[in-house]
Design a binder for this molecule. Structure first.
Ligand code: FE2
Ligand code: FE2
Length: 311
């Protein structure tokens, strides 16, 4: 048994080190890629309302990349195993590239960059400020990064604008490696958690997911302007996140302590809530549902203001 455990751990560490080497091989030149895409498509040609909506959504991503950059630098410093340190170091390099490419793209859009909303601000500052490595790994690598991957896919799929559509797969490929660092390394840290810490971490996970839900609600009209269906995005996002978290299950199929993996048998509850709050494009929405959505819209704005004031 013990030998099996050691062999399993060694395999995981080899995979962590491989993330670094793959990262080095797949490193792309952001200046060149963005410059070539802009040349290929003759600039970013989009009506002003859509430009503003893109700026609203991608400014959130811009600050998310900046936070991911700092958090991966924290991880590179604090993780003890050198293989995990290598994977985190490679991530620092990626996130710096994501940050400047997104900044340059937003500058090319040539419209004002809006301030960060209260919900995203709360999630990112908490992840930056905590000294708990498990919170950073679970929150950033496994939740925020998988939300980012879902968003990148939605934007590329909606064909909003060819430069951003062709840029997204470059980001997505890097983000998949960052999720890999969390999946491979987090179980080792989680194994040391006591029951109180495990319960606290589950609450933290719920809090992050709830804040992201409210933040998405706040930006709903910008997604609609761009023709991005949040209903589809949420369904895919929740399933992707569960798949990622399931990757941390033990060989016997046990959930790691401190993580809410979710149960596919309960998908119908999630789907019902998604259909209620984010009806599909073109769906017939009865009056009572429109009223519920209106209340939630107002609440999302009140919450945003309150969180911004508290910041
Ligand atoms: Fe990134
Ligand atoms: Fe990332």
């Amino acid at each position: 048994m013990r030998r099996d455990y050691l062999a399993e751990a060694e395999k995981k560490y080899a995979k962590l080190e491989r993330l670094y080497h793959v990262g080095a091989r797949q490193a792309w030149d952001g200046k060149q890629v963005l410059g070539d895409l802009i040349k290929k498509h003759g600039g970013i040609r989009l009506e002003p309302a859509k430009k503003r909506a893109l700026a609203e959504i991608f400014s959130t991503i811009l600050w998310g990349e900046l936070a991911a950059w700092s958090i991966s630098a924290d991880l590179a410093l604090q993780l003890e195993d050198t293989e995990a340190k290598m994977a985190a170091t490679s991530q620092v390099f990626d996130e710096a590239r994501h940050f400047y490419v997104m900044r340059d793209y937003l500058l090319q859009l040539d419209c004002e960059i809006p301030p960060l909303d209260g919900y995203t601000h709360t999630v990112l500052t908490e992840l930056l400020d905590t000294d708990r490595l498990v919170d950073k790994l679970l929150g950033m690598q496994l939740i925020v990064e998988s939300v980012a991957v879902t968003l990148f896919r939605s934007v590329a799929k909606a064909g909003v604008e060819p430069v951003i559509s062709e840029l997204m797969p470059y980001f997505e490929r890097d983000e998949a490696r960052h999720v890999g660092l969390g999946v491979l390394y987090l179980p080792k840290l989680l194994a040391t958690l006591g029951p109180i810490e495990a319960a606290r971490l589950k609450l933290q996970q719920l809090k992050i997911v709830t804040l992201i839900g409210w933040g998405t609600h706040l930006k709903k009209r910008h997604f609609e302007t761009l023709g991005i269906d949040n209903n589809d995005g949420f369904r895919r996002g929740l399933r992707l996140n569960r798949e990622v978290l399931m990757g941390m299950r033990s060989a016997e199929g046990e959930d790691p302590p401190g993580v809410l993996v979710g149960d596919p048998r309960l998908d119908f509850v999630n789907d019902w809530a998604i259909d209620l709050f984010f009806p599909r494009f073109g769906a017939v929405v009865p009056g009572w549902q429109r009223a519920v959505i209106g209340v939630v819209d107002n609440l999302s704005r009140v919450g945003d203001r309150a969180l911004r004031l508290a910041a």
